[in-house]
Design a binder for this molecule. Structure first.
Ligand SMILES: *[C@@H]1O[C@H](CO)[C@@H](O)[C@H](O)[C@H]1NC(C)=O
Ligand SMILES: *[C@@H]1O[C@H](CO)[C@@H](O)[C@H](O)[C@H]1NC(C)=O
Ligand SMILES: *[C@@H]1O[C@H](CO)[C@@H](O)[C@H](O)[C@H]1NC(C)=O
Length: 358
């Protein structure tokens, strides 16, 4: 019996300690990408043990366990897409070595970068869950077979369209939960919610149409079409453009309520699809492990696009870069050979590469 009471006493204490050393952040669920793929994601015990979820998100996990595999997939999509979109920038979306705060404390400062990650995250959850719906993997949703009739362009709607309503509603429930839990009168939760919604809008505004031809020997007498979500790369590109045009806002009281309005009164109020941020970003030049910033020492940069975001001056924070020679292997002297292949030789070329000084 004494052993049992010890456990009962220390467990809450331990939790409290963890709570104090890891302040929860709305993006901590992204750490699900760090779990081994074989780990079960749902059921009462697994849900409670998923570090990085807020208590409300643990509740969502318990109630809608079947969607959690899609949430894990979404976390992987976010990290991959963010690193792709920012591969040439000073902040390259690098991850911390371990722990639940995947992108480091820079996510907790109300910056443009945090705005981007929030938007990308809420979009990723909506996309991953909708894909699972369309594939028939979830009990509560499926694809949309009600898009019917003949379109003005003369094709017939038919087949299995992506039905976004379940995935978008799930994203609102799961990704927005930490903000709603904090209350909606403070700046940060309002900023995060706005950007989460902007992320979902990036899917809704970029839906695509896919078609199939039916007819004798490939003719297109009858064309049937259905709606699909954009590829996630497209969502990343759209949100990166919104990142570049993001609006700096501040919490403003209007009568009895508060809203985020542009800091500069000349700027027009942000639309629902725009990204907003509250605080300027650090310069990301120097190594700052406490905030998860690797700095740019040793980074490859582009020596010819001087003032573009990937140019050396910008990436290396000034003239501190050097040119070096590197050998690359390329295909060359390619010849068509009958029939039907292309044979190439391997050529070694020496090219100039630029890197930021250490
Ligand atoms: C789309 O999904 C929602 C929520 O699951 C459902 O209520 C709705 O009927 C679906 N729409 C179609 C056209 O299948
Ligand atoms: C980001 O840059 C740092 C420092 O230049 C480098 O060590 C890291 O590998 C880069 N990360 C990614 C994901 O490109
Ligand atoms: C550098 O930038 C130029 C101009 O923007 C571009 O044409 C070139 O491909 C870039 N080089 C590398 C190595 O990315």
């Amino acid at each position: 019996m004494p052993a049992v009471s010890t456990v009962n006493l220390t467990a809450p204490l331990l939790l409290l300690l963890l709570w104090a050393t890891h302040p929860t952040m709305a993006t901590n669920w992204l750490s699900l990408a760090r779990l081994p793929r074989s780990r079960p994601m749902s059921g009462p015990a697994p849900c409670a043990r998923l570090r990085g979820l807020t208590p409300g998100q643990v509740g969502v996990c318990r109630a809608r366990g079947e969607t959690m595999e899609s949430v894990r997939k979404a976390a992987e999509m976010v990290i991959e897409e963010c690193q792709h979109q920012f591969r040439n920038r000073r902040w390259n979306c690098s991850t911390t070595p371990r722990g639940i705060n995947v992108f480091g404390r820079v996510m907790n400062q109300g910056t443009r970068e945090a705005a981007f990650v929030h938007a990308l995250s809420s979009a990723a959850v909506a996309v991953a869950v909708t894909r699972a719906c369309t594939r028939g993997e979830l009990e509560r949703c499926g694809c949309d077979r009600k898009v019917r009739g003949v379109s003005p362009e003369g094709f017939q709607w038919s087949g299995c369209s992506d039905n976004l309503s379940y995935g978008v509603a799930f994203s609102q429930t799961f990704v927005d939960e930490p903000e709603r839990a904090k209350g909606l009168s403070a700046g940060r939760p309002l900023m995060n919610l706005h950007n989460n919604e902007a992320g979902r809008k990036a899917i809704l505004h970029n839906m695509q149409v896919e078609c199939k031809c039916h007819g004798v020997s490939g003719s297109c007498e009858l064309r049937t079409c259905w709606k699909v979500m954009p590829p996630f790369r497209r969502v990343g590109v759209v949100l990166k453009e919104r990142f570049d045009g993001a609006t700096e806002v501040r919490l403003t009281r209007i009568g009895s309520r508060t809203a985020l309005l542009p800091r500069d009164p000349q700027v027009k109020p942000p639309a629902a699809r725009d990204l907003v941020y509250l605080a300027p970003s650090p310069d990301f030049c120097h190594l700052d492990p406490d905030n998860g910033i690797p700095g740019t020492a040793g980074r490859r940069c582009n020596g010819t696009s001087r003032l573009a975001p990937d140019g050396c001056e910008l990436v290396c924070c000034g003239p501190g870069y050097r040119a070096g020679r590197a050998e690359v292997v390329q295909r060359c002297s390619c010849k068509f050979s009958w029939c039907c292949s292309v044979r190439c030789q391997q050529c070694k070329n020496t090219v100039t590469i630029h890197t930021c000084r250490v």
